[in-house]
Design a protein around this ligand. Structure first.
Ligand code: SF4
Length: 272
């Protein structure tokens, strides 16, 4: 891919992203190899979460939609976790992003969990018992439904614990939350994803990292040979087809799957 800038720099990205879907059933139990089932190519700037609907549509049309879909954090959204099981019959398993508030990052301050949301009254109640004044529904930077809650400047200005709550010296504390049902499912998954049971269930997703490595090592997918989305996508389809042929050849010739490499540091840690 061509990337003159980084996603966080002021330079625009020029290039494309490949989004791969693959089967990850236990090969012994299913008696099937892991094969790439779908390829999406987008401009590099497209948010990963924006392609999931298309992936589900295309897998459905190919009769390959799985009952359980393991996704990495970039593709997972509260909306998807909520709607995929009911609309698609797909159980989405993926981590929701960690809480990046000052409370979560530095361990001090009032994170979102310190506030009580009164959904009926459309108000938030802060740790000191003050109530928010503004409740605005809209969309976030990724176009998803979001609610912005703000406390009045006059409420927060004299607050004795203001330094623990907001860095703004001009405005009251602001919170952004998902709609109620999405907020509930996000909090549920956030709690589940630290459990061993959830980690075991999600572990199979790591295999796609090997697929990406294979696409780069075997087909040079790191750098597109073509200019233009259509040509690059065609190249990505050929890459996926080549990987599937390599895997079928290995499967038919009983070549075992490569084992996950253990770093020297991890080896030392295991030996200790
Ligand atoms: S700064 Fe405002 S929102 Fe935060 S605790 Fe004080 S009164 Fe409540």
């Amino acid at each position: 891919m061509l990337k003159p800038g980084t996603r966080r720099s002021a330079d625009p990205w020029v290039g494309y992203k490949i989004h791969l879907s693959e089967s990850c059933d236990d090969p012994e139990a299913s008696r099937r190899p892991h094969l790439i089932t779908h390829v999406v190519t987008t401009d590099a700037t497209v948010n990963d979460a924006m392609v999931v609907e298309e992936v589900h549509d295309r897998l459905t049309s190919k009769n390959l939609l799985p009952s359980e879909h393991l996704l990495d954090a970039g593709y997972t959204s509260a909306e998807l976790l909520l709607t995929a099981p009911t609309l698609r019959g797909v159980s989405v398993v993926g981590p929701v992003r960690s809480n990046n508030t000052r409370k979560a990052v530095r361990g001090d301050g009032f994170g979102k969990s310190a506030f009580t949301i009164d959904w009926q009254a459309q108000q938030a109640i802060c740790p000191t018992g003050a109530k928010s004044r503004y409740w605005t529904t809209g969309v976030d930077d990724n176009g998803r439904d979001a609610i912005r809650i703000r406390f009045a400047t006059a409420t927060c200005a004299p607050c004795p614990v203001r330094d623990h709550c907001t860095r703004s010296t001009q405005y009251g504390r602001q919170l952004t939350v998902c709609p109620q049902e999405q907020d509930a499912v996000r909090e549920r998954v956030r709690a589940e994803q630290s459990t061993d049971e959830w980690k075991d269930r999600y572990a199979a997703r790591a295999g796609v990292e090997g697929t990406i490595h294979q696409a780069i090592a075997a087909a040079g997918a790191r750098r597109t040979r073509y200019v233009g989305l259509a040509k690059t996508h065609l190249a990505h389809i050929f890459t996926a087809a080549a990987i599937n042929l390599i895997r079928l050849d290995a499967w038919w010739n009983d070549t075992p799957l490569a084992r996950t490499r253990t770093t020297r540091l991890a080896t030392l840690d295991l030996a200790a």
